[in-house]
Design a protein around this ligand. Structure first.
Ligand code: C5P
Length: 477
């Protein structure tokens, strides 16, 4: 009966966008996605129809509730010299398809005027928490709730500290506390302030809560010091927000985006016996691989995890096959083909010991240490790429310390995989065993650096990218 109703109609009948979100139990991004796709999922439509029929005796509210097709980006500008770049950012975000609503802190007004931002966004710019005009026009809670994403650029050290503490002493910080939308932080400050333990700890806290950090980058800063602290370039900020937000929108839009697809995943280290009690291995906790298995399973994929020895529990709904050596992993993995996707995260030992037996080699007094005769292990990733039933999407990982990007480019060619994710290993930010990570995704067309985030967030992002890839791949040309 209500097949022809649009989301605008439902919003008008049911009391606005927020009422729809509450009724459907979805966030603003999902609602925007329904609009973008022009479809409302069947089960959600049934809920809306039920509410409309229950409300039909009531007077429909006057329409103030047009749902814009563009997702709303709440752009919060805080007071740093990089604030002037935020004007260009506002424009580029609109070019990228976002509706930008500007919010400025008092100190941002020392650098740019609300009028210039308003001229660029075509909307009012909000600056005051206790402003009668602003509250009448758009209450601060509505401002927070309607946002599909919150982008703080530049984010000063002071503002980052306030967010980490959960302070709400001005409009900008109150909005961050009142919003459940994804938060993107673009730090920009003097290199010493950036390197300070307090700032680093605050950023780590915010990332652990799910905030996505973009930059900063190294280079000249306004204060004349050279080092890390410069705001990322506007194009990079837009690309990072778009890629991540698209990923999370897709994930929220379709929780089963990988339904019907099979994923074969290797994870953890391998152990190569020297004798019955000793072995050679690689450093790997398996955390990133297990997180990816879980993320793909959550999106509906049928996941088989070929795992070397780890202390991790098997993610729910994932079929795990335990192996010890590279040769066992090789055999178990190839036996699972064909699959739709193969992801090799395992840190496979490069060599095994020829003739290793079960008996413990005795350490004799005054005897020379035994010589190990090492034999190269099979390269599982390469073998999958060369297999007769090569999966349509094969993904490898690389962990390099020297010239990681150059080495990874060569590795992608050598192994023949479609995507390669490069771990950035530095002394300051080790990957092994850590809960967060930084990755660069290399494909035939792109090299995209994903901001440092938790291994779980990176796994979710990879799963969303895979879903987007298969969605595009299956479109008729
Ligand atoms: O050669 P390297 O170990 O640096 O390559 C890393 C990538 O290759 C990872 O995806 C890893 O899982 C995979 N690999 C493999 N079999 C090997 C060695 C590495 O599948 N023997």
């Amino acid at each position: 009966m209500t097949d022809s109703l649009t989301l605008d109609d439902y919003a008008r009948l049911l009391g606005g966008r927020q009422a729809l979100q509450d009724l459907l139990g979805v966030g603003p991004s999902a609602l925007s996605n329904y609009v973008k796709r022009g479809t409302i999922p069947v089960k959600k439509r049934a809920l809306l129809d039920k509410a409309v029929s229950q409300n039909s005796h009531k007077q429909p509210p006057l329409s103030q509730n047009h749902i814009s097709e563009a997702p709303i980006c709440l752009l919060i500008i805080t007071g740093g010299i990089a604030a002037y770049k935020a004007l260009d950012l506002a424009r580029r975000m609109q070019d990228a398809g976002y509706q930008v609503r500007g919010v400025m802190t008092k100190s941002a007004e020392e650098f740019i005027t609300p009028l210039s931002l308003s001229a660029l966004t075509g909307e009012a710019v909000y600056t005051e928490l206790f402003s009668l005009t602003d509250e009448q026009e758009m209450g601060h809670i509505r401002l927070a709730r309607e946002a599909d994403l919150v982008l703080v650029a530049p984010a000063t050290g002071n503002f980052i500290a306030k967010l980490a503490l959960g302070l709400a002493d001005d409009l900008a910080s109150t909005l961050c506390l009142a919003s459940t939308a994804p938060l993107y932080l673009v730090p920009a400050m003097n290199p010493v302030m950036w390197a300070h333990e307090a700032t680093q700890a605050n950023c780590a806290t915010l990332r652990a809560r799910g905030a996505v950090q973009i930059g900063p980058v190294s280079g000249d800063t306004a204060c004349g010091e050279i080092g890390s602290g410069r705001m990322s370039d506007v194009v990079d900020i837009v690309a990072a927000v778009k890629a991540h937000h698209h990923g999370s929108e897709q994930a929220s839009l379709n929780r089963k985006a990988l339904a019907g697809l099979s994923v074969l995943l290797t994870a953890g280290p391998t152990e190569e016996p020297i004798d019955g009690v000793r072995f050679i291995s690689n450093r790997s906790s398996g955390k990133q691989g297990y997180a990816i298995a879980e993320a793909c399973q959550k999106l509906g994929a049928e996941v088989t995890l070929i795992s070397g020895p780890t202390a991790l529990p098997c993610p729910k709904g994932v079929a795990r096959i335990d192996v010890q050596t590279a040769r066992q992993m090789h055999e178990a993995t190839l036996a699972q083909l064909p699959t739709d996707i193969a992801i090799c995260t395992a840190a496979v030992a490069d060599w095994h010991v020829r003739g290793a037996g079960h008996k413990k080699v005795k350490k004799e007094a005054n005897a020379a240490p035994p010589q190990l005769d090492l034999v190269e292990n099979p390269d599982i990733l390469k073998a999958i790429c060369a297999a007769a039933h090569r999966p349509p999407l094969v993904i490898g990982f690389a962990a390099e310390t020297d010239n990681p990007l150059d080495a990874a480019r060569a590795k992608r060619r050598r192994k023949g995989c479609d995507w390669l994710l490069v771990n950035h290993i530095t002394e300051a930010a080790p990957v092994f065993g850590a809960d967060d990570n930084q990755l660069t995704l290399m494909t035939d067309h792109d090299e995209i650096s994903w901001p440092r985030s938790s291994k779980q967030q990176l796994a979710d992002r990879l799963a969303s990218e895979i879903a987007a890839y298969f969605e595009t791949e299956s479109l008729p040309s």
